[in-house]
Design a protein around this ligand. Structure first.
Ligand SMILES: *Cc1c(COP(=O)(O)O)cnc(C)c1O
Length: 395
């Protein structure tokens, strides 16, 4: 066999994506004012941002960023262990740890990187990583990077999680789950999983990407809403691209765990520290996220309004009580057709297709935000009902 030629490989892959309606296109956002955006020259109302509290446009955060950048410049200039760790990062980590009730926090450039880092630094070949089948891609990738034995249990099945932990009783083990599942919007059985982990001496790790800001007292997340303590959840990851309205991620844990990460997590050690001005902006948004209880209350009331309307219209919504409200459509082509027809009516809700979701489970992923109004949610519901009828989907 001759060595495969790269142009042929790429062409075959692209053709196969096109044939299964799996090609994706990046839309160009030209302007955004809250959820009102200009995309490729068209004005649309966005129902696909994870900016759940409207903090991406927080005036405090923008002012803090401008002031810090004027004073300290833009880039951090180096990794944190060389010379990139700034007083603004240190302050943000201290404030965040105090808010979350964990000893320490460590600020990473992204959530993807944070999850890779934690799993790579903790696990090695021969160790066990037990995960929910629907966990975010970066948790799966982290276990693979570590070279650990990855075992995935059926979605939210804590009894299966316990059995998988028991199946390798001598291996060091991490049990990792999303708190709110990013494509389904449902919540993991955190109390039961914490119990399984504790009983099996496994480290319990929770990714709160879609929980922080939205759930729990002061927006601490689903683990706090479930009444768990820092001892029950020794590793928490909080990406900041969602309700924080910014970028990066915090990892929370005991001082010994955070010290181990900053000494040995390759995705932390070998990457430039986040821009200090961004840390200043995230401090400002942490304050808003903690204390603007009205944002959480408004969001919860919009979610309830959407659910009531969706049930009244007979829309195929999944069983979710979070701001992630997926409409299950099944085939890629149907999801694309409905998304296109919504866009013609002025709404931006992209079709989510494999590999982001399992085959045959294409959907519209609707996300609500405190930046929406009741009238906008009602208008979306009417448009969804009309588009599904046009597409011949039975209510
Ligand atoms: C978005 C997301 C991440 C990745 O965070 P980024 O900061 O976007 O890299 C990790 N986990 C979950 C569950 C997410 O939804």
């Amino acid at each position: 066999m001759p060595r495969p030629r790269w142009p042929d490989r790429l062409a075959v892959a692209q053709t196969s994506r096109a044939r299964s309606d799996a090609l994706r296109r990046r839309r160009v956002v030209e302007q955004a004012e809250g959820m009102h955006v200009r995309v490729d020259g068209q004005s649309l109302l966005s129902f696909c941002s994870n900016d759940y509290l409207g903090l991406a446009t927080s005036l405090d955060a923008v002012a803090a960023l401008q002031e810090a950048a004027a004073r300290h410049g833009l880039g951090s200039g180096a990794s944190a262990l060389v010379s990139g760790h700034h007083a603004l990062h240190a302050r943000f980590e201290r404030e965040a740890a105090e808010w979350m009730g964990h000893e320490r926090a460590l600020y990473f450039p992204s959530g993807y990187q944070a999850n890779l880092a934690v799993l790579q630094a903790l696990l090695e070949p021969g160790d066990l990583c037990v995960q929910d089948k629907l966990n975010h891609a970066c948790l799966l990738d982290g276990a693979r990077l570590a070279g650990a034995e990855l075992r995935r249990y059926p979605h939210r099945d804590y009894a299966a999680a316990l059995r998988q932990l028991q199946s390798l009783p001598e291996a060091a083990a991490v049990l990792a789950t999303d708190s709110v599942f990013s494509m389904d919007g449902d919540v993991a059985p955190l109390r039961e999983l914490a119990l399984a982990a504790t009983g099996e001496h496994a480290l319990f790790m929770v990714d709160e990407a879609h929980g922080v800001g939205v759930l729990g007292p002061e927006g601490r997340g689903a683990w706090a809403a479930a009444g768990l303590s820092a001892r029950d959840v020794p590793v928490l990851v909080a990406p900041l691209g969602k309700a924080f309205g910014g970028q990066g991620a915090l990892v929370f844990g005991a001082a010994s765990l955070i010290e181990h990460l900053l000494q040995s997590a390759r995705p932390y050690v070998f990457s430039t520290a986040v821009a200090p001005a961004l840390a200043a902006a995230m401090s400002a948004n942490l304050h808003r996220l903690r204390h603007d209880a009205w944002r959480r209350a408004k969001l919860a009331s919009l979610v309830a309004r959407f659910r009531r309307g969706a049930l009244r219209h007979g829309l195929p919504v999944l069983d979710s009580s979070t701001p992630i409200q997926p409409l299950l459509l099944g085939s890629n082509s149907l999801a694309l057709a409905v998304a296109r027809s919504l866009e013609q009516r002025g709404f931006w809700v992209p079709a989510i297709r494999p590999p982001t979701v399992p085959d045959g489970k294409a959907r519209l992923r609707i996300t609500l935000s405190a930046a929406h109004t009741e009238a906008e949610v009602d208008a979306l519901l009417d448009a969804l009902a009309a588009c599904l009828e046009d597409a011949g989907v039975e209510a």
